[in-house]
Design a protein around this ligand. Structure first.
Ligand code: UD1
Length: 354
């Protein structure tokens, strides 16, 4: 069986690593049929700290193909990816294309494969923010509607796909990010920071590309009761520079963190402030309260169960939000599976493609 695995953006390298491990395990078992994996990198993320460091840390093979496509315009980037992916997929003739999450690389992979009638497996399916201003939400809706095999990380995602009556087969697999967290947490790189700190990330276009939102987030972070460590996504760095924003003393910026360093910072932080989808869950896996810099989230179960609080740009009661975040999390449960989503996904894929 030939699988074309398509990645492009930082969180996808982590998710892909889980499937890669499951494929390797399958190929070591004498009774299983070997699976041929071809890794295609669109090039969406390309800085060392956003890309190669993840391959190095997790010991991943270099992509078989790198399309080297990156651009800040949504349509231009996605269009160029579709054109190149179509050529590669035509030459490769895989039995299935595997895509992850909700990025432009995910959308391009799905569109290119669907026109060539190649089955599409979508990992991290069924999530919705119900905010169509986010490019990611459009990507999710389109990708789920044309995918053949949809792997849901949690029950809410599965229910959503059933409600939408998607034509593909739906499976509740658990979350590959949880598999990854369990697998790599012993390799976390702990920072040598003595004082308590909050760990923050900020990169969503709806926050970074709206100057009023961006400034109000920074002014709230400045008022955090403990210092805020903010590893800067290139998009956020560009906006800070472009708008001549000067950050206050309470915000300490750094380059983007590697995955293992992020796990170490999470473990040592007092709480998390983020607009990232992945970090909201990693905060939960690490037992840290999370303040989410958005008006809605796809991970509603974290809100419902009291692990996460939506704060928007902190316009209402920042003191109450910070106070909440300084209380320890109780009743940590298992919402995202048992840490074996990768194997579940691969087994279902093999069965489905027989
Ligand atoms: C993308 C995904 C988002 C995901 C995020 C993870 C889409 C629509 N969004 O957002 O879902 O959560 O990745 O980080 O696909 N840049 C660099 N160096 C890099 C990478 C990006 O300078 O290594 C620049 C780009 O050129 C661009 C900006 O940062 O100007 C934003 O990058 P882009 O790929 O558009 O989306 P992200 O904000 O990273």
């Amino acid at each position: 069986m030939k699988l074309a695995v398509i990645v492009g953006a930082r969180p996808q390298f982590i998710k892909m690593a889980v499937i890669h491990r499951a494929i390797q395990k399958n190929n070591q078992e004498k009774s299983s049929k070997p699976i041929q994996e071809t890794l295609i990198h669109t090039g969406q993320h390309y800085d060392y700290g956003m890309n190669q460091v993840f391959f190095d840390e997790m010991g991943l093979p270099a992509p078989d193909i790198n399309l080297n496509i990156h651009s800040s315009l949504q349509g231009e980037m996605t269009g160029a990816m579709i054109t190149s992916l179509e050529k590669e997929l035509l030459a490769m003739k895989p039995d299935c294309v595997v895509i992850f999450g909700d990025t432009n690389s995910t959308l391009a992979g799905a569109l290119a494969a669907s026109k060539l009638h190649i089955p599409i497996a979508h990992v991290e399916s069924g999530l919705r923010s119900f905010n169509k201003k986010m490019p990611e939400e459009i990507n999710r809706i389109v990708v789920d509607s044309i995918s053949d095999i949809l792997f849901c990380p949690c029950k809410n995602a599965q229910d959503q796909l059933k409600k939408e009556n998607v034509s593909g087969r739906i499976f509740l697999s658990g979350d590959v990010m949880y598999d990854s967290f369990l697998h790599f947490k012993k390799r976390a790189k702990t920072p040598k920071i003595k004082e308590p700190f909050a760990l923050a990330t900020l990169h969503r276009a709806e926050n970074t590309d709206d100057l009023i939102r961006l400034k109000s987030i920074f002014s709230a972070l400045e008022n955090s009761p403990i210092p805020v460590l903010l590893p800067l996504h290139p998009r956020t760095k560009k906006e800070i520079k472009k708008n001549g924003i000067i950050l206050g003393q309470n915000i300490k910026t750094s380059d983007p963190l590697s995955y293992f360093s992020m796990l170490g910072h999470l473990a040592k932080s007092s709480f998390v402030i983020t607009d990232s989808g992945g970090l909201q869950k990693e905060a939960y896996f690490s037992g840290k309260p999370c303040l989410t810099l958005r008006n809605e989230t796809e991970w509603v179960e974290l809100i419902d169960q009291g692990f996460n609080k939506l704060v928007g740009t902190f316009e209402a009661n920042p003191e109450t939000a910070f106070k909440w975040a300084q209380q320890p999390i109780v009743n940590f449960g298992k919402i995202y599976g048992d840490g074996n989503a990768g194997e579940i996904i691969l087994n279902k894929l093999v069965d489905h493609l027989k």
